[in-house]
Design a protein around this ligand. Sequence first.
Ligand SMILES: NC(=O)N[C@@H](CC(=O)O)C(=O)O
Ligand SMILES: [Zn+2]
Ligand SMILES: [Zn+2]
Length: 446
Amino acid sequence: MTERGQQVADAAAVDLRISDGVVVERATQAAGGLEPREGERIIEADGLVAMTGLVDLHTHLREPGFEQSETVLTGTRAAAAGGFTSVFAMANTLPVQDTAGVVEQVQALGDAAGYATVRPIGAVTEDLAGERLSEIGAMAESRAAVRVFSDDGKCVHDALLMRRALEYVKTFDGVIAQHAQDPRLTEGAQMNEGALSSELGLKGWPAVAEESIIARDVLLAEHVGARLHICHLSTAGSVEVIRWAKARGVQVTAEVTPHHLILTEELARTYDARFKVNPPLRREDDVRALRAAVAEGVIDIIATDHAPHPVEAKDCEWDAAAFGMVGLESALPIALLTLVQEGHASWAELESLLSQRPAEIGRLSGHPTAIEAGQPADLVLVDPTGTSTFSTDRLRGRSANSPFLGMELPGRVAYTVRRGFLTVDDGELVAPETVAASARSAGGAR
Ligand SMILES: NC(=O)N[C@@H](CC(=O)O)C(=O)O
Ligand SMILES: [Zn+2]
Ligand SMILES: [Zn+2]
C-alpha cells in the first residue's frame, strides 16, 4: 500500500509504503516519492493531513452489562470513524472491570472486533464501591496488562484508599485516573452551581467539589511519588491547582473533554438532557481557561469521555436523565474548531494532545511515535478543508446522545489505518467481517 499524504510537522508531501502493519518506506515527493509496486493499493491522500492514530484515554464501551447503550464492537466502530486506533475502556461496566477475568474479556472482545486496540482500565475499588481496593496486582499481571486504574463515574473519596492505590500502581509504573468529585458537596447535583442553577431551580454542583479533590490528590501523589491523572478537568480553578502541582514537580497529568472546551452551562436553559454531563458544563471563563491551559501545556491531553446512553435515559426530564455524551466521532472536529482554528494549538500539537501524550500516560505499547519507516502503521488521514453539518449519520456507535448534532464542524476523517489495515476507507467504515479478518491476520504483527 502506498500513501501520499502530508507530513504534519513540515507539511511536505510524502509517500509511505505500508506492509505487514508497519511503515516500511517513507520518501518526500520532492525527492521523487515512491514507485507503486504490483498489487499494492494506492491511496491518494493529496491535501489530507496525516497524524499518528488517535488514542482515547477515556472511553465508556459499556460491555459487559450495558449493551443497550454500546458494545465493544459498536464503540470501537465509533472510535475508528473518529480517527482513533486505540481506546482505553473505563471500568464502570457490569460486572465492573475489577478482576483479571473481566479485563481479559473486554480486551479479547476488542481484539476480535479489530476496529481499535482496546486497553481495559481497571477499577480502583471493588465494584466501584469505594471501600476495598480491587485486585490491582492481578489485573496488572493479567494478559490485559492493565496500567490505568479508575473508579470513573465515582470519585475515590477515601484518602487512605487513594494513598494505597497510588502506592500500589507505583510498583509497576501504573497510574490512577481520578474522577474528581466530592460526593458530599455534590449530593443530588444537576448542573454547575451559580446564578443560573438558582434561576432554573436545579441543584448546583460547585467548582470546589472538583478542585478540592484535585488539590488533595496532587499532594497525595507527591507524598507517594506516584503518577496521578485527572479526568475531565472542567473549571478554571482546577487549572490553577494543576499548574501549581506541576511547578512543584508532582507527577500529575490532566485531560479535558472536547465538550468542556466549547459548551457552557447556558445550554441547561433548554432542559435538553443531551447537555447533561458529569462534570457539568461550566461558564464561559472556565472554557477560556481550559483552552488557555491546553495552549500552555498545563492540560496534557484531550479525552472524549464518550458516554453512550439509550434514548430513554436522555429523552426525559433533566433531573431524571443520565449524565454523559457520546464523543468519539466529534472529538477531532471540536479540537480543530476550538484549538487549531483559534490559534491555541498547531496540528503537531493536536497530534500530541490526541495521540502521543495519551499513549504515553496509558503506557500503550506498540503505538507509533511518528509516521516514519520502522514504525507501526497506526495513522489517520484527515480532510482539513471545509465544514459539514454534524448529524446522526456521522455517529457509528449504538447511542446518539451527542450535544453537537446540527453544528457546522470542520475536519472529516478520510482514512483510518490500524496495524496496517484500513478501518475507515474514503470516509466510510470498513465492514466488520473485513476488519475482523484483517485484525486476525495482523494478530502476530507486533
Ligand atoms: N461523564 C458522564 O457524564 N458519565 C459517565 C461517567 C463519568 O465519566 O463520570 C458515564 O459512565 O456515563
Ligand atoms: Zn468521570
Ligand atoms: Zn467517564
